[in-house]
Write a protein that binds this ligand. Structure first.
Ligand SMILES: CC(=O)SCCNC(=O)CCNC(=O)[C@H](O)C(C)(C)COP(=O)(O)OP(=O)(O)OC[C@H]1O[C@@H](n2cnc3c(N)ncnc32)[C@H](O)[C@@H]1OP(=O)(O)O
Length: 410
């Protein structure tokens, strides 16, 4: 019998070996890499067959920004693996059930994860609630004035070192994520591992870092990017690969994208994982120079507490909706009346009322973060209209003007 249990300190190295195996990475790590990995926060579950770890699961405390900016407590799930020798015997299901039940008992409103593959997590009540887009800009086609020499709005761009990023980044990110639905809180280790101060494994290449400051001297944007060294004969053909770019104002976005597209020798800019409504293409005189090179689901959300989730977000309009929420996992199902207005919302059990819409908990997560449309889900047969016009009414309440975005991979 394979035993699922909390991972002790003594079992950590074995657990890490199983994790690397599941992710098809070299199974053995150096003592330094192991020491760094031990620092990662959270609760580690493992499945053990005899004394060998054959499955891994880690979850940690996080905040997810709801529509309107409220942070909701989330159970972030990561490092999910089952060794190929033990696949399809229900080990993931056992670990997931244990973790979600504990999260619900702790009072987390949602669970979150970034899915390695689309078909895995819907069965546990998760829905794809944000998406991500990557563009590749063909710089010579973009029509930009080649004489550009920095922002003309009084702001400035400076190259900075990793140490500066560790000082400036956390506060900038806090401002960013509190204003961006779908964004998540970051542990301070994020800044260490993404600036080379803490090496979790693999090779580290020092990137370039640039900061945008407004005319008033406020830090409003930071970017990390790398470049290859590619020439075609005597023609430079370098690509700037954006690792991450964070901004808190439109001016910072304008300045930093323009900067990246104006670096001498750079003929391509790869944007990295952006929100699907990022303005990058529209910053270019010829937006067609920015080609979508990837578009996919990103953050998956599992609502654990329907009442608190629906009350945590804001609504731009007034309306009521009775939702029949189906939750086979047994955490968040039932019939609820949502009464919403720009002043606030209340959500109450409504077992005796007729439902407007019937939907599974995973589909509710997609609507909750404001991105998906109930009309589209109804057309797909994923939302059932119990009253005519209910899907349109739900869209008027739930959909938000800016799309949710989670820039983090965790
Ligand atoms: C948040 C993250 O960490 S994402 C990373 C996820 N990890 C990986 O992708 C690493 C490689 N894959 C694996 O380690 C494993 O295959 C896992 C973790 C995805 C699945 O583990 P398993 O123990 O095999 O899953 P388990 O046996 O509990 O399966 C439960 C159900 O999900 C289905 N399932 C599991 N994995 C997949 C998949 N990749 N695609 C489609 N269905 C899947 C099973 O068929 C089963 O279906 P059923 O309930 O209808 O019988």
């Amino acid at each position: 019998m394979t035993d699922v249990r909390t991972v002790t300190d003594a079992a950590f190295e074995d657990w890490q070996r199983a994790l690397n195996t599941g992710f098809l990475r070299p199974p053995v790590m150096t003592p330094e890499q192991l020491a760094a990995r031990r620092l990662l926060p959270g609760r580690r579950l493992g499945a053990f067959d005899g004394d060998r770890c054959v499955a891994t699961f880690r979850s940690f405390d996080q905040e997810l920004t709801a529509v309107g900016g409220a942070p909701v407590p989330a159970d972030a799930i990561s490092n999910v693996t089952v060794s190929p020798t033990h696949r399809r015997r229900g080990l993931l299901s056992r670990m997931m059930r244990a973790d979600l039940a504990a999260a619900r008992d702790r009072g987390d409103v949602v669970a979150t994860l970034i899915a390695a593959e689309y078909p895995i997590y819907g069965r546990y009540g998760f829905g794809p609630a944000t998406s991500t887009t990557e563009w590749t800009v063909d710089v010579p086609r973009a029509g930009l004035d080649p004489r550009w020499s920095g922002p003309a709005d009084g702001g400035r761009i400076d190259l900075v070192d990793a140490e500066d990023v560790r000082k400036l980044g956390p506060e900038l990110h806090e401002r960013f994520r509190r204003a961006q639905p779908g964004a998540v809180s970051r542990h301070e280790l994020w800044w260490q591992t993404n600036t080379g101060a803490l090496r979790l494994g693999g090779a580290w290449t020092e990137p370039f870092f640039a900061v945008y400051r407004s005319a008033a001297g406020e830090v409003e944007g930071l970017v990390s990017y790398e470049s290859d060294d590619k020439w075609h004969g005597k023609q430079p053909q370098n690509t700037a690969d954006v690792n991450w770019l964070l901004t808190t104002t439109p001016a910072a976005g304008r300045a930093l994208w323009r900067y990246l597209c104006s670096i001498d020798w750079i003929t391509k800019v790869r944007s990295g994982w952006r929100g699907p409504d990022d303005l990058l293409p529209l910053h270019l005189p010829d937006p067609r120079a920015a080609r979508v090179t990837e578009h996919a689901d990103w953050l998956w959300v599992r609502i654990l507490d329907v009442v608190r989730a629906l009350e945590a977000r804001t609504y731009d309009r007034e309306g009521t909706l009775v939702l029949e929420v189906v939750d086979e996992g047994g955490f968040g199902g039932g019939r609820f009346r949502l009464t919403a207005s720009p002043e606030g919302a209340s959500c109450t059990p409504a077992a005796a009322e007729g439902a407007d819409l019937t939907l599974e908990i995973g589909e509710l997560a997609r609507l909750w973060l404001g991105d998906e449309s109930a009309l589209r889900l109804a057309a797909l047969g994923l939302v059932q209209e119990e009253r005519e016009g209910a899907a349109r009414k739900a869209d008027a309440l739930f959909r938000s003007p800016g799309r949710p975005w989670c820039p983090d991979l965790f």
